[in-house]
Ligand binder design. Structure first.
Ligand SMILES: Nc1ccn([C@@H]2O[C@H](COP(=O)(O)OP(=O)(O)OP(=O)(O)O)[C@@H](O)[C@H]2O)c(=O)n1
Ligand SMILES: O=C(CO)[C@H](O)[C@H](O)COP(=O)(O)O
Length: 430
């Protein structure tokens, strides 16, 4: 058992020998539909993320969990999704010895928290079993707590949300075992030995088993201890082990379509498109005054009304406040409105908060700086000065993967509605 994060950056080693299992040679967030404070209802929860496969079906040399999606390893998205859930105490990731160092460097580079590493096994079931052993407190020198409930989730399913995790965990708490399911996309047929149709299953009566799954820790640990080598070698379903060896009929929980497992090469493109869509769906309006009548707040209101499908949040960033850190966890698009002051202080503060966060490491952050002036009062020289510093700031920010654009807005003091404001100058940088 090892604990991350540690040492130097390294690229994952290539899988040279095919599929291990086949013997061939890789917040503050909203509380969910299930309601109430989860910590008090479910006891200690840990997660095991098997990440020791070689992704044979993807057909590339790098194991798929380490393949880059928008410049970031796939597994890092899954870790981020899990660690956002504050009631998951420990996250054990099982990784092959040859990729351990690479995994440590991913943990360090992307600032992942609460992660421990365990050695993967030759099959997925063996990897999961190793993760469970690490949590079972019977490992010498192990600092992990034996949880009441354990979540099992594939490292290559990056879009898992807190809501489904909570629903699966609560169901497992009640029934001993639970797992997410989805309707079948295609009909399942059973071929005979000579390659002809033997029979087909009624699609409406069957479901695809997905992840996450969750179990009473004692149930699934006992099931893995009792199961046969054949199960460990060829089994694909943890729920089945709980049924076969501990007589627990898992509760099946309807999951969301984004729980699918990245398996083929085209799934990487689909994952990229989904990430882009997610990050384009939230805008945070940053204003430098608490005045509800200010143009920043009016702009926020207009955006909220106009952009129905986009989540518009807002925060005040003035000399006293510092709560913007809470907003930047998920948001990649900011509109920073400078009213009253013509200084760059607030914008610089936002940029430095962004820089300190790991956000721009992942994908570009877009900041639109809206600078409000009364053009009838402000002299041309001052406007030019502002254009120059915005341009300079944009150049600096670009190096940090923040794409800054500036808009100078003609906003007279007696203007009471944002539609009165006239955009006079725009400068896009990046
Ligand atoms: N010996 C193994 C095999 C698989 N896994 C993990 O189990 C999850 C789901 O397995 P799968 O999608 O089958 O991954 P691979 O075995 O890597 O892919 P393939 O079957 O295409 O080879 C993945 O996160 C994978 O890394 C594991 O931890 N240890
Ligand atoms: O499908 C599953 C549900 O039980 C598992 O998530 C698992 O991914 C299946 O493993 P494999 O793809 O390695 O056969």
């Amino acid at each position: 058992m090892e604990s991350g994060p540690c040492s130097r950056p390294a690229e994952p080693r290539h899988c040279v020998s095919g599929r291990a299992g086949a013997g061939l040679a890789f917040p503050a967030f909203p509380l969910s539909a299930a309601g109430a404070e989860p910590g008090s209802r479910i006891g200690t929860v840990a997660a095991v993320l098997p990440a020791g496969g070689c992704g044979e079906r993807m057909g590339v040399r790098t194991p798929k969990q380490f393949c880059r999606v928008l410049e970031r390893p796939l597994i890092s998205y899954t870790l981020q999704a899990m660690e956002r859930v504050c009631w998951i105490k420990d996250i054990v990731v099982t990784v092959t010895g040859e990729n351990m160092e690479a995994m440590r460097s991913i943990i360090q580079r992307y600032g992942h928290k609460r992660i421990s590493l365990a050695e993967a096994g030759a099959t997925r079931h063996r990897s999961i079993f190793n993760g469970l052993k690490a949590l079972a407190e019977d490992q010498p020198g192990c600092e992990l707590t034996r949880p009441e409930v354990v979540i099992i989730h594939d490292a290559v399913r990056p879009f898992v949300e807190e809501d489904i995790l909570l629903r699966v965990v609560l169901a497992a708490k009640e029934h001993g075992a639970a797992g997410a399911i989805r309707p079948l996309v295609s009909t399942v047929v059973s071929p005979s030995a000579d390659g002809h149709l033997d029979h087909s299953l009624d699609r409406a009566k069957h479901r695809a088993s997905e992840m996450p799954q969750a179990f009473h820790f004692d149930v699934i640990y006992e099931a893995y201890q009792k199961c046969s080598d054949f199960d460990l070698e060829f089994g694909t379903e943890c729920l089945q082990l709980a049924l076969k060896y501990c007589h627990r009929k898992a509760k099946l929980v309807e999951g969301t379509p984004d729980l699918w497992k990245v398996t083929y090469k085209q799934d990487l493109c689909a994952a990229e498109a989904m990430i882009k869509e997610k990050i384009s769906q939230e805008i945070c309006v940053v204003v430098n005054t608490k005045d509800e009548e200010s143009v920043g707040h009016l702009l926020e209101e207009v955006l909220r009304n106009e952009l129905n499908c986009i989540k518009v949040t807002s925060t005040v960033l003035d000399r006293t406040s510092g709560d913007i850190e809470n907003f930047i966890d998920q948001c990649y698009s900011f509109i920073c409105v400078n009213v009253v002051s013509s200084e760059s202080r607030e914008t610089r503060k936002l940029l430095s908060i962004l820089e300190e966060s790991s956000l721009p490491l992942l994908y570009p952050v877009v900041v639109v700086l809206v600078h409000c002036f009364d053009f009838t009062v402000v002299p041309l020289a001052q406007k030019m000065e502002n254009l120059v510093w915005i341009r300079e700031l944009a150049k600096e920010a670009k190096g940090r993967n923040v794409l800054l654009s500036g808009v100078l807005l003609n906003h007279s003091q007696d203007c009471c509605c944002s539609s009165d404001c006239q955009v006079k100058a725009q400068m896009l940088c990046g």
